[in-house]
Design a protein. Structure first.
Lengths: 224, 224
């Protein structure tokens, strides 16, 4: 059924982050995928989001982010790339037929490039703009882009459980992206709210989140 | 050398867009990849960015964007997904060995999720905020995120021609993402400026852009 790797893979994660970021870091997506297929993994902790990164770390992850994924002599960065690799070894995450595989990867990239950026813009403006006189205007300008994407997504999902007939890496990323959207953004779309809840109900998500929270403390200060 | 497909693929593109968007639509990335490997393709034009999309179109592309890619009975959406598919047929775009393939896909996803969103946020705020009293504050808050990613990218690229030893789908997306960054953002990094110029100098890019411009007129009004 699954082609489980003999080599136990290693991922990196942050040891400490600011409060708003705990539970919202991308190692969760990779832990989730690995838990879905029962793949053991090791975690290597590095400082925090804003701390200096060692040159050796930047050689593996040019942007200093987490996770880096190592399996034997293979090193990958970016969760999307890591999830394609993990999925290719197990059809519970990524169908083997060209059509099913294509749809799952298309959805995953859609989550990363057509949905997450619009949601992330609102998060960044909200965090950086607290108490400023520009926040309301900027949010009003940026919010329609996120709303439009969520409306389209809600329409595409309809009353299905997952984006396609079967759960895939597309759902891991999309559900995690939506999990970080504000309740206000999701409120008009009860099917998206239910979709996020369905993702969070999966035992693999819960194990992934528990492992993330056990590794990652609150403590890193925000940069000046 | 290359496993060229017998079926001529079809992509969708916009017939008409607002002035700021012409030359900056994502069909260019797919045309570029196809030109790099000498793959003929057909173009199917649809209305514009903001126009209503037919239900049949939304079934292929849930967000109503371009391009949709069709090859035989395979339909893909999202340029990242399409480029992986095109690359898998030709090692001039995507190495076949696991390491090279992994790095190329990691870079492509980095362009889509770790670089483009930060640049796109500045574009959106600038377009929507012209003449408002909130624009300067919002740009000041959002710009450091884009600057940090470009600094990291510049450091990773160093004095190489491409992100890895050989040109790949990672370079197609990264160079096109940077092409849409402001001159001010790129100015501190002469290697990134040269990297974009190197991408634009490739005959395949020039053919792709010419075909895009021939198909896509300026005319669609901005939504109210």
């Amino acid at each position: 059924m699954s082609a489980r790797t003999e080599t136990v893979p290693e991922i990196t994660a942050y040891r400490s982050v600011p409060e708003f970021a705990r539970g919202r870091i991308k190692d969760i997506r990779v832990r989730w995928a690995l838990e879905e297929i029962g793949q053991l993994y090791r975690t290597r902790l590095i400082g925090g989001i804003f701390g200096e990164k060692a040159p050796a770390y930047l050689a593996d992850q040019p942007f200093g982010q987490v996770p880096v994924y190592k399996e034997g002599d293979l090193t990958l960065f970016e969760t999307g790339s890591i999830l394609i690799h993990i999925g290719e070894a197990d059809e519970r995450l990524l169908p083997r037929d060209a059509k099913g595989r294509g749809r799952a990867i298309s959805w995953m990239i859609a989550a990363l490039n057509s949905v997450e950026p619009m949601i992330q813009t609102l998060v960044v403006l909200t965090v950086k703009g607290q108490g400023t006189d520009w926040l309301a205007g900027a949010i009003e300008a940026a919010k329609p882009f996120a709303e439009e994407r969520l409306s389209r997504l809600s329409q595409a999902l309809g009353d299905r459980d997952w984006l396609e007939d079967h759960f895939s890496i597309g759902d891991i990323v999309m559900a995690d992206v939506l999990r970080n959207a504000s309740a206000e953004l999701l409120a008009p779309h009860s099917n998206l709210t239910a979709y996020v809840a369905r993702g969070k109900d999966r035992p693999a998500f819960q194990k992934a989140m528990a492992a993330h929270l056990a590794d990652c403390t609150v403590g890193e200060p925000l940069p000046a």
